[in-house]
Design a protein around this ligand. Structure first.
Ligand code: PDD
Length: 287
């Protein structure tokens, strides 16, 4: 097995030695929340934004935030420094903790905190140039998709349906409107204008999504946060996904239809390039 070092409840240890009791509510109920934070050149990407979203997920699920921001930052930078690879993907999970099985919250309980880091498999230019295929599926998830909950069974089933059909992602549609991917946010381009659904309880407020909206504005590229239908998605000139691990990943085939001319379009390429420049700057920042 791996000798990777992980963090569990205040201590660093080899992953093979990390143990969580079977009565942990994360294991029993999926009662917990998580974050995935990319690291470029050993620097945590948009850390404040990730910690804000974690705090929001904890608030929404009424799990007490186990640490002040300064302690999160200290622990996170330690986990990064304990791994030699420059680019990492740090996984953070907080569950409500260990208690006798009962749906209602126990009166006193201490959250379980787990963190691990893996090498980040970045989307290279070849993958970008090829693009990926996706299928559309009904969004069968719950009403609080803004919470980054570990309870991911619907997302897993949706993603597996896509994989079974030879596609990389499932694009979800609720009441005729496109929400996001099973593990990513979505952008389309119609007549030169970028569109992404506005933040709501129907989708995860992606950190990469927010950055793309911000970078588009900074570069005077027209981008609107507005809902669009399944029909508009099919008619789009360009479509791409964003996430901490996918960065900006074009979809060139949707169900059996080709998007645009079957290659990543010029605005997707521009946003990918702007994103790469942003990353390169992050690597060079002084600590
Ligand atoms: N998922 N929407 C969903 C449902 C997601 O699961 C994710 C990310 C995103 C994109 O968010 P961000 O840009 O902050 O990564 C949107 C992570 C990567 C995962 O579950 O592994």
């Amino acid at each position: 097995m791996s000798d990777s070092i992980v963090y569990l409840n205040g201590a660093f240890m080899p992953i093979d030695e990390a143990r969580v009791p079977v009565l942990d509510r994360g294991f029993i109920f999926g009662d917990g929340v998580y974050e995935v934070i990319p690291v470029y050149g050993k620097r945590l990407f948009r850390l404040d934004e990730h910690l804000d979203r974690l705090a929001n997920s904890l608030d929404a699920t009424r799990i007490p935030n186990p640490y002040p921001e300064s302690e999160w930052k200290k622990n996170l930078s330690q986990i990064v420094m304990k791994h030699q690879f420059e680019d990492q993907s740090v996984y953070v999970q907080v569950t409500r903790g260990v208690a006798k099985r009962d749906h209602a919250f126990p009166e006193t309980i201490t959250p379980t905190v787990f963190m691990m880091s893996n090498p980040l498999q970045v989307i290279d230019i070849d993958t970008f140039n090829k693009g990926v295929s996706a299928i559309t599926l009904d969004d069968i998830r719950w009403q609080y998709c803004n919470i980054k909950a570990i309870t991911l069974l619907p997302n897993i089933l949706l993603k597996q349906t896509a994989v079974d059909e030879g596609a990389q992602e499932a694009i979800l549609v609720r009441d005729g409107e496109v929400t996001e991917g099973s593990a990513s946010n979505i952008f389309i381009v119609i007549d030169g204008v970028i569109k992404t659904p506005p933040k709501s309880s129907r989708l995860l407020p992606g950190i990469t999504r927010d950055l793309i909206v911000e970078l588009a504005a900074n570069n005077h590229i027209n981008c609107v946060e507005s809902n669009f239908s399944r029909t508009e998605l099919s008619a789009a000139d360009e479509v791409w996904l964003t996430s901490s691990t996918k960065e900006v990943l074009p979809i060139v085939k949707l169900n059996d239809e080709i998007i645009g001319d079957g290659k990543p379009g010029p605005i997707s390429r521009k946003m990918y390039e702007i994103f790469q420049v942003y990353k390169a700057q992050l690597r060079q920042n002084e600590d």
